[in-house]
Ligand binder design. Structure first.
Ligand SMILES: C[S@@+](CC[C@H](N)C(=O)[O-])C[C@H]1O[C@@H](n2cnc3c(N)ncnc32)[C@H](O)[C@@H]1O
Length: 245
């Protein structure tokens, strides 16, 4: 019996589990044509960096959904430290079940997480849960260049073959029944600060770990960061700001 937890080894204690920054979260939030929302759900919240940013900016209850309880525990601790515990309601569940649990959402937020159930599938699945005139804000990894470098193409062909050009997702959102209000591309710093800057030394320290699965994850993370350093401009995280008519 082992208590080895590779996810905890690499991601434990991190406030963000993917690229993102509070400044970008708030900038996108402020781009919405409404300022107050009754029901706000953060899908795939992880440790909740953006959950806390949303709670602070909106001052209202946020329902934070994730399928990994240790991340929600981390969010709970950080919400208490920030004096925002009363605003954050964490729920360990699959994001595909959101319509059954939250049928009347005003704002459904999801940063770097929708891909887990497929970007297009997530938009179709969540639409019935969003009130007419409500919003879905979802960030997704996309190609920013038509002809990305072979190194980036090969890497993502192996680990995210469904990755689309930025414009293709606009068409997907339209087909799923949303009006696209805008997009926002995360800057390079949002990948590095508090994310790759934390992961890179962890991956280096775990590269020779006794457990093969830990060594493999260390290698994968190191490769991902190498690809980003060499070809980061050819792809990126894009927020799609959508309204349900
Ligand atoms: C890359 S992390 C992003 C977390 C957070 N939004 C952030 O930017 O820091 C993706 C998150 O989605 C969660 N997740 C994966 N599949 C899920 C599912 N089917 N339902 C709910 N959460 C899921 C993971 O546990 C993880 O916390």
């Amino acid at each position: 019996m082992t208590d080895l937890d590779p996810i905890g080894l690499f991601f434990g204690g991190m406030e963000k589990l993917g690229p993102g920054r509070d400044a970008d979260t708030v900038q996108v939030l402020r781009s919405l044509p409404r300022e107050r929302f009754d029901v706000v759900v953060d899908a795939g919240c992880g440790a909740g960096r953006q959950t806390l940013a949303l709670a602070k900016a909106l001052g209202c209850r946020i329902d934070a959904v994730d399928s990994h309880q240790p991340f929600l525990d981390s969010l709970g601790r950080r919400a208490a430290q920030a004096g925002a515990a009363s605003l954050i309601h964490a729920r360990c569940m699959d994001m595909k079940d959101i319509p059954a649990v939250f049928p009347d959402i005003d704002l459904l937020w999801s940063e770097g997480a929708a891909y887990n159930i497929g970007f297009a599938n997530a938009l179709v699945c969540w639409r019935p849960a969003v009130r007419a005139g409500g919003f879905v804000v979802v960030s997704e990894l996309v190609w920013l260049q038509d002809d990305p470098p072979p190194m980036a193409r090969a890497f993502f062909q192996a680990c995210y073959p469904d990755m689309k050009p930025m414009a293709a997702n606009i068409a997907i959102a339209g087909d799923a029944g949303y009006r696209v209000l805008g997009t926002h591309t995360l800057p390079r710093e949002a990948w590095v600060e508090g994310y790759y800057a934390v992961l890179q030394p962890r991956a280096a320290a775990l590269a020779d770990h006794a457990d093969a699965s830990v060594r493999a994850l260390a290698q994968e993370i190191a490769k991902e960061i190498e690809v980003f350093s060499a070809c980061g401009g050819s792809y990126g995280y894009v927020f799609y700001v959508l309204e349900r008519p």
